[in-house]
Design a protein around this ligand. Structure first.
Ligand code: SME
Length: 151
């Protein structure tokens, strides 16, 4: 497993945000998956406040049937409820988990908070066991902070 250069990837994302293409969120998903070895599925879930559920937005990786997730359900729904990042290094060890495929071993979900309120999240599945470190948290937090105005 190659150690990612998060600072370099972050600068690429900053550059993409400056260009601001129509499909910025998809572009960010693509960049993240391409640049970080242990990111195998990368997507955004966006809060539908009225229905109190998450709706799948742009993503890259295997299509998932979980296009709508109720707040509180699965890792994604728990992050929507708490507004706090969740790191699951071994998905077989957690109960409130929605599987998107047997190849997925671990997951990190980072919220996008607008004025302190949850609006969306970045969800990353990995086929590697326990790949996430604090560097992932810090990096993905910075990425989500850049995107507040896009939701
Ligand atoms: N595993 C997630 C569901 C979404 S997929 O990973 C794309 C969860 O437990 O909420």
């Amino acid at each position: 497993m190659t150690k990612p250069n998060f600072e370099e990837v972050y600068q690429k994302i900053v550059a993409l945000v400056k260009i601001n293409p129509d499909d910025l969120l998809l572009g960010i998903c693509e960049l993240l998956k391409q640049e970080v070895y242990h990111y195998d599925w990368v997507g955004f879930y966006i809060l539908d406040q009225e229905k109190n559920e998450l709706v799948l937005g742009p993503f890259v990786g295997k299509p998932t049937q979980h296009t709508h997730i109720a707040v509180g359900k699965g890792i994604c729904g728990q992050v929507a409820a708490s507004g706090q990042t969740m790191v699951v290094q071994d998905v077989t060890q957690v109960e409130n988990y929605i599987s998107c495929g047997l190849e997925v071993q671990s997951e990190i979900v980072v919220p996008v908070l607008k004025n302190g309120k949850f609006v969306a999240e970045l969800d990353i599945d990995s086929h590697s066991p326990a790949p996430f470190t604090d560097d992932d948290n810090v990096f993905l937090d910075k990425v989500c902070n850049l995107l507040v105005d896009y939701f």
